[in-house]
Design a protein around this ligand. Structure first.
Ligand code: TZP
Ligand code: MG
Length: 221
């Protein structure tokens, strides 16, 4: 219980590169084979995101990704569905502003499971921390076809959030190699990339280059 939570939080704090197995972006690529390339390239957190699917229909895939992540020593989270996260023994769940409150998800999850929360402003980021999120996602930094309806928050918010949050935060939305230096200069240490990774011709190589740009883990962090 306690030790498992500690290990998950330590992995979270040390993670720099977070990748999402988004079934909508994946097209006909194999999710497990893609996840393997991502972890081989240095992705430290994997999320399964499958909009428009039922949790039941995702269980087998979620289980296989959980096993893969366990073997690779990376965290595995499930978007939207705490009950599925619990059933497959994922490391946690990721919730958006429109999902159930963190406290409700906690009642469904096992004790040592993590909760991440998507936020789009400083106020939302602070509220997520207050409500007990283990990590916070901030974005979309740039406009992105992966979430076309969302309004970009821009680079300025990154510095504001950095100065105010104690929990680890990940910048997300339209981030790819060419704009990564600007995101890091704005104050980010950790990023989520979806389409940049999934649409790369060489997924493992792309992840490795991004991981190198993010720099080594700070073992004391
Ligand atoms: N939440 C904010 S932006 C986004 C999500 C899920 C999509 C990010 O995808 P991409 O392809 O890295 O822009
Ligand atoms: Mg959601």
């Amino acid at each position: 219980g306690e030790e498992r939570l500690w290990l998950r939080k330590m992995r979270l704090r040390q993670a720099r590169l977070y990748g999402i197995i988004d079934l909508g972006v994946l097209g006909d690529m194999d999710p497990a084979a893609t996840a393997e390339k991502m972890v081989a390239g240095g992705v430290e957190i994997l999320q399964l995101r499958a909009k428009g699917r039922t949790p039941e229909s995702l269980e087998a895939l979620a289980l296989s990704l959980r096993e893969l992540a366990d073997c690779a020593g990376v965290l595995f989270l499930i978007n939207d569905w705490p009950l599925l996260a619990r059933r497959v023994g994922a490391d946690g769940v990721h919730l958006g502003q429109e999902d159930q409150p963190i406290a409700e998800a906690r009642e469904i999850l096992a004790d040592a499971q993590l909760i991440g929360k998507s936020t789009h402003s400083l106020e939302q980021a602070l509220a997520a921390e207050r409500e007990g999120a283990d990590y916070i996602a901030v974005g979309p930094v740039f406009a992105t076809p992966t979430k076309p309806e969302a309004k970009p928050v821009g680079l300025r918010l990154i510095g504001e959030v950095r100065g105010c949050l104690k929990k680890p935060f990940f910048c997300i939305g339209g981030i790819r190699k060419p704009n990564l230096p600007a995101v890091l200069s704005a104050g980010a240490d950790r990023v989520v990339m979806v389409s940049a990774i999934l649409q790369a011709a060489d997924i493992e190589g792309y992840c490795r280059e991004v991981a190198a740009m993010l720099g080594p883990k700070n073992l004391l962090a």
